[in-house]
Design a protein around this ligand. Structure first.
Ligand SMILES: O=C(O)CCC(=O)C(=O)O
Ligand SMILES: [Fe+2]
Length: 354
């Protein structure tokens, strides 16, 4: 049962983490520039970069440096978009494995198996099918998020933060899409951290939060599917509690930048403060994400576009404004158990001193 005891202290500067899943990226990675030869464009100042012609198949044949530079680019820019990919789910898994390894994920972390993955699922346990048709039948990963009687912003989340060892990166390819609609938005956790006052930063850096996906238990029961309660990609991720405690502010080892790490989808409680204080603080932090469109990027999918994002330092939200079918494949890799390095910096501070 995950509890606050799981947040072990490693020394004066590190809060959180777990010896079973520590990052092997001990210093921020530097972009060597091997991707510069491919046409690309930053979509906003703080988040999102699009590559027009870079193909996953080409990346798979390339040497390690290109993959490392891709990992750094995703972690720095939050999300990277690759247009019009001719790629199989197996190739997506291969690239995901290479990115997470290049970024120094712990030996014990593999690709995630979602607790709602059905037995004998069509593309294998490590691929989640994102499907509006499945959603309409009341199932799938995104069913809870797609309730259109709520604010559209109710869907903002980072993936699988209810796991003790959550995701570092995720990849989604949309192969079936409506003529218009179905955009996805991402927001920068670095930028939200940057908007906090020094006093508020210091306060939040001393806190943890409880993340919980109990609603998946009800969903599995309702659909008559067994919940995946064995190992889900890391020895830290098993069982049916679907609950974890993580630092409210975490450091991304790849960039060395701090990010706010609570989300609307899964974070239920900020610990160490009263219930009322938690109920004030959480919506405040979430409002910073949903109400600052200058910390967001909105992506308009074309067929077979692929997005790769860093789940440690971004949130995302799908848009349910269409009727026609929309579907894609998603892979999610696991990173380190979240920790805060008090000596790490904010994104803006780091960029200003360079
Ligand atoms: O359907 C989308 O655009 C995003 C779905 C999602 O949250 C995910 O793939 O993690
Ligand atoms: Fe997601």
């Amino acid at each position: 049962m995950p509890s606050i005891e799981h947040i072990e202290s490693l020394g004066a500067n590190i809060r959180g983490g777990n010896a079973i899943a520590r990052t092997r990226c001990l210093h921020p990675m530097v972009n060597s520039g091997t991707l510069n030869k491919y046409t690309h464009q930053d979509l906003t100042p703080v988040i999102g970069t699009e590559f027009e012609r870079l193909q996953v198949t080409e990346l798979l044949e390339s040497d390690e440096q290109l993959i490392k530079d891709l990992a750094v680019t995703v972690s720095q820019r939050g999300v990277v978009f690759l247009r019009n990919q001719d790629v199989t789910p197996q190739q997506m898994k291969d690239l995901m494995e290479r990115i997470t390894r290049a970024a120094g994920s712990p030996e014990s972390s593999g690709l995630h198996v979602h607790p709602l993955t059905e037995p004998g699922s069509e593309l294998g346990d490590q691929i989640s099918v994102i499907s509006s048709e499945k959603q309409k039948k009341g199932g799938g990963l995104t069913h809870q998020l797609s309730d259109v009687s709520r604010f559209a912003s109710a869907g903002w989340h980072a993936d699988i933060t209810f796991e003790n060892c959550p995701s570092d990166y995720a990849m989604l390819k949309i192969h079936t899409l409506p003529e218009t609609g179905g955009d996805t938005l991402w927001a920068s956790g670095y930028e939200i951290y940057d908007r906090l006052s020094p006093k508020m930063r210091e306060f939040l850096e001393g806190l943890t939060a409880t993340h919980d996906a109990k609603f998946f238990l009800e969903e599995a029961e309702r659909l008559g599917n067994p919940l995946r309660d064995g190992i889900r990609g890391s020895p830290l991720n098993y069982g049916s509690s679907l609950e974890a405690v993580h630092p409210v502010i975490r450091t991304n080892p790849v960039t060395g930048w701090k990010s706010v790490f609570v989300n609307k989808g899964f974070t239920k409680r900020i610990n160490g403060v009263t219930r009322d204080e938690s109920d004030l603080l959480l919506p405040y932090l979430i409002n910073l994400v949903t109400q600052n469109h200058d910390a967001q990027v909105r992506f308009k999918w074309r067929k077979n576009d692929l997005a790769i994002w860093d789940n440690r330092s971004t949130w995302h939200c799908a848009t349910y404004d269409y009727d026609a079918a929309r579907a894609g494949d998603r892979v999610c890799s696991l990173g380190e158990a979240p920790y805060l390095d008090l000596k790490s910096s904010s994104r803006r501070e780091a960029l200003e001193t360079h």
